[in-house]
Design a protein around this ligand. Structure first.
Ligand code: UD1
Ligand code: CA
Length: 467
């Protein structure tokens, strides 16, 4: 059996060049934080128990942002460089789990969100085959500015990695760079980590110096060149963040289209990494699917719609410009255009919600309809109910929210005002324009409005009086 891979992810740095109050690894691209993308990549070669994230700057926030259970954290108390960060992980590595002693030590910069699973898997295989000090990814860049340059020895192994700040003009002319993806031999690495010295002029401990140290001890590190350098971009500025975002979005739409989803004008849509969409669903231009949204098959999502943490069941139609958060759209339901759903709203199967209808914490039953201009809040609405245009649930008395229930088959006339808490019985009928303040019995008619008064000839007389 292969020895385990322990992954150490460096996420303690400040990220000065982001010009932000937030730690760099908390910034988002493709719908998740930089750090979560890197953790996801690490999990392609190991399990959460073998992942250690080194935190420092805004440690609590960074730790809270990690959504994978089981991942461990180590503190780097002062940001003294990537080498010092890696060393900080040692304190939490568990020799019982085989972490420190054997196997491979994958070290990833927390600011490289584009790395693909296959690439890490290939690096690990290369490191395993090479033995010695392990292997690290290299790539060529037309403009290598800012990256550590790879100096190879006569055997093609890594002699040294020279940082931008320390390089001679000849070294800085080298275009083969270190993207910050390392797979060391764990025993070799931990045996010699103590030999790192602060490097001038930055006075930091550079992780990159480990390649030279290990070679010196007869355990050279193998360069593992990767030609697709878009995978290896490190994010230091918001400009690079936007580049990474575009690449991740493009990957997501490509993956969905290849799996059977139609996306019109894919360059205009924004789909987060965790979103799932089933085949034969059509996504129109300028749609945003955010968070953990799941869309089943044969749905249509209309242009301009923004769905966050929503579930859309098979065959549902979302017309243009629907804004929905944390809500459920049932099978065959029709929602939109211009509808709003929020706080666990649900439109059950074959329900209809039309323009300028808002559902908040409200369940609209199967085949029920609210086709125009309504606010339905804190309500349970049964099957086959019809909500007329302009109907409002008055769920807030200025201090507290109150519930409304409307039983199956009821008819709520246009412009009705239902003052909660209130219950409308099954099959009841609310006359248009009513203000309903008391419960309505099943099958009753409730009328809560002033009666109409007709004054014959009144209008004619008024006109005549003005002559
Ligand atoms: C680093 C590499 C460089 C490589 C580049 C790739 C070093 C010395 N240099 O440079 O060779 O080409 O990445 O993107 O590593 N970190 C800590 N604690 C610290 C300092 C950094 O945890 O005290 C973390 C950061 O959060 C980041 C990673 O280490 O995730 C790399 O640090 P960064 O400052 O971005 O290094 P670069 O200058 O980009
Ligand atoms: Ca960096």
């Amino acid at each position: 059996m292969n020895n385990p891979v322990t992954a150490v992810i460096l996420g303690a740095g400040l990220g000065t060049r982001m010009k932000s109050q937030h730690a760099k690894v908390l910034h988002e691209a493709g719908g998740d934080t930089l750090l979560n993308h890197v953790i996801r990549a690490a999990l392609s070669v190991t399990t959460p128990e073998h992942v250690v994230v080194v935190v420092g700057h805004q440690a609590e926030e960074v730790q809270a942002s990690v959504r994978v259970p089981g991942v461990r954290f180590a503190r780097q108390h002062q940001q003294k460089g990537s080498g010092d960060a890696a060393r900080s992980a040692q304190s939490v590595l568990d020799s019982k789990k085989g972490d420190a002693k054997d196997g491979l030590l994958l070290i990833l910069n927390g600011d490289g969100p584009l790395l693909k699973a296959e690439t890490i898997q290939r690096l690990v295989a290369a490191a395993r085959q090479h033995g010695h000090g392990g292997a690290l990814i290299t790539t060529r860049l037309d403009d290598p500015t800012g990256y550590g340059r790879i100096i190879r020895d006569e055997y093609g192994h890594i002699a040294a990695i020279v940082e931008q700040k320390a390089g001679t003009p000849e070294q800085l002319a080298i275009t083969e760079v270190n993207p910050g993806v390392y797979c060391f031999s764990a025993p070799e690495f931990w045996a010699h980590i103590g030999e790192l010295q602060p490097t001038q002029p930055a006075n930091e401990f550079y992780l990159t110096d480990m390649a030279e140290i290990l070679r010196h001890h007869g355990s050279p590190v193998l360069p593992h060149p990767v030609s697709d350098n878009t995978e290896l971009l490190g994010i230091n500025t918001r400009v690079e963040l936007a580049v990474a975002d575009r690449i991740l979005r493009n990957r997501k739409t490509t993956e969905l289209m290849l799996s059977g989803v139609t996306i019109e004008y894919p360059e205009t849509v924004t789909i987060d990494v965790d979103v799932r969409v089933a085949p034969d669903t059509v996504i129109e231009a300028n749609v945003q699917l955010r968070g953990s949204t799941v869309i089943e098959s044969n749905c249509r999502i209309g242009t301009g719609s923004v769905l966050r943490k929503c579930k859309v069941a098979a065959g549902a139609t979302v017309l243009p410009y629907v804004i929905a958060d944390n809500s459920v759209i049932g099978a065959g339901a029709h929602v939109g255009p211009f509808s709003r759903m929020r706080m666990e709203a649900e439109a059950c199967e074959n329900a209809h919600i039309g323009n300028f209808v808002e559902l908040k914490k409200t369940k609209l039953g199967a085949r029920a309809k609210a086709s125009h201009l309504a606010y339905l809040g804190d309500s349970q609405i049964g099957a086959d109910v019809n909500i007329g245009a302009g109907a409002i649930t008055c769920n807030f008395d200025g201090e507290k929210k109150h519930p409304t229930s409307i039983a199956a088959g009821a008819f709520v006339g246009s412009n009705s005002t239902l003052v909660a808490p209130v219950n409308i019985g099954e099959g009841a009928y609310i006359a248009a324009g009513s203000v309903i303040t008391k419960d309505v019995q099943p099958d009753a008619l409730a009328l809560g409005r002033a009666f109409q008064v007709d004054k014959p000839g009144w209008a004619r007389k008024r006109r005549q009086s003005k002559r």
